[in-house]
Design a protein around this ligand. Structure first.
Ligand code: FPP
Length: 237
C-alpha cells in the first residue's frame, strides 16, 4: 500500500463460517475451527506486515455457550492449545496478547493460560492482538454501567459528571483505540453484539469468503477497500 496514512490502526474481525466450511467438506465442525486457527496466523502476519497496530478477533461470544457441549469443549481446548503453542512465536514477533470479555466464566485452567499469555507478551511493540472471549457488547456495557453506578453510589463520581469518556474508560476496550475497520467473513452482514459502542465510526467490510479460507490477499483487499472510503465522522468534507 503506497499511502501509509490510509492503513487502519485497528482492524476488528468477526471470524464467521468455520462450521459451514467444515460441513461443505463432510467434516466435523471443530475441524473448521482448527482450520480457522491457520487463518488467524495468516491474518496476524498480514496485519503486522502492513503496519496495523491493533487486531481484535471475535473468538467466542457470550451466546456461544449455547452450542453443543462437545463443540464448546473443543473450542476451549483449541484456545488453550493455540495460545500456549503460539506464545513463543508471538513473543518473537513482538505481538502483545490482550483479552476482552468476561473471563470469570472460564475454567481456572483456561483463565491461567490466558493470564500467562498476557503476562509473557506484555510490552510487545509490533502489534496488539486482542482476543474477544466470552464477549458481547451488551454484556460489556452492562458490566461497565454496574461499575459506574457502584462508584456513583459510593460518592466517588457525581451522575452529572458521567460523560462518553467515563463510559469508554469503563469498557474492557479502555486501553485501545476504536476499530477503524470491521470485517465479517462468510457474507453475513451483522455486528452480532460485537464492539457496538466502539465501532460507531468504523468502516465495515463483508466478504463472502468463509473464515478458514481467508487469505493474506483477502486481508489486503480489505485494506484497499478501506483506503478508498471517505471517512467523515459526521462532518462535511
Ligand atoms: C464462527 O464460525 C467461529 C467461532 C465461533 C470460533 C472462532 C474461533 C477460531 C477461529 C479459533 C481461533 C483461535 C484463537 C486462538 C483465537 P461458526 O462456527 O459460527 O461458523 P458457521 O456460521 O458456519 O456455523
Amino acid at each position: 500500500m503506497s499511502d501509509q496514512k490510509r492503513i487502519p490502526q485497528h482492524v476488528a474481525i468477526i471470524m464467521d463460517g468455520n462450521g459451514r466450511w467444515a460441513e461443505k467438506r463432510g467434516k466435523e465442525r471443530y475441524e473448521g475451527h482448527i482450520a480457522g486457527v491457520e487463518s488467524v496466523r495468516r491474518a496476524l502476519r498480514a496485519a503486522a506486515n502492513r503496519g496495523v497496530k491493533y487486531l481484535t478477533l471475535y473468538a467466542f461470544s457470550t451466546e456461544n455457550w449455547g452450542r453443543p457441549a462437545a463443540e464448546v469443549d473443543a473450542l476451549m481446548e483449541l484456545f488453550c492449545r493455540s495460545i500456549v503453542n503460539e506464545t513463543p512465536e508471538l513473543l518473537r514477533q513482538g505481538v502483545e496478547i490482550r483479552m476482552i470479555g468476561d473471563r470469570t466464566r472460564f475454567s481456572e485452567k483456561v483463565q491461567q493460560h490466558l493470564a500467562r499469555a498476557e503476562e509473557q507478551t506484555a510490552g510487545g511493540k509490533t502489534l496488539t492482538l486482542i482476543l474477544a472471549l466470552n464477549y458481547s457488547s451488551r454484556d460489556e456495557i452492562a458490566r461497565a454501567v454496574r461499575e459506574i453506578a457502584r462508584r456513583a453510589a459510593a460518592g466517588e463520581l457525581s451522575p452529572a459528571e458521567i460523560s462518553e469518556q467515563t463510559i469508554a474508560a469503563a469498557l474492557d476496550t479502555a486501553p485501545f483505540p476504536d476499530p477503524d475497520l470491521v470485517i465479517r467473513t462468510s457474507g453475513e452482514q451483522r455486528l452480532s453484539n460485537f464492539l457496538l459502542w466502539q465501532a460507531s465510526y468504523a468502516e465495515m467490510w463483508f466478504p463472502e469468503v468463509l473464515w478458514p479460507d481467508f487469505s493474506e490477499q483477502d486481508f489486503d483487499r480489505a485494506l484497499e477497500e478501506y483506503a478508498r472510503r471517505d471517512r467523515r465522522f459526521g462532518l462535511i468534507k
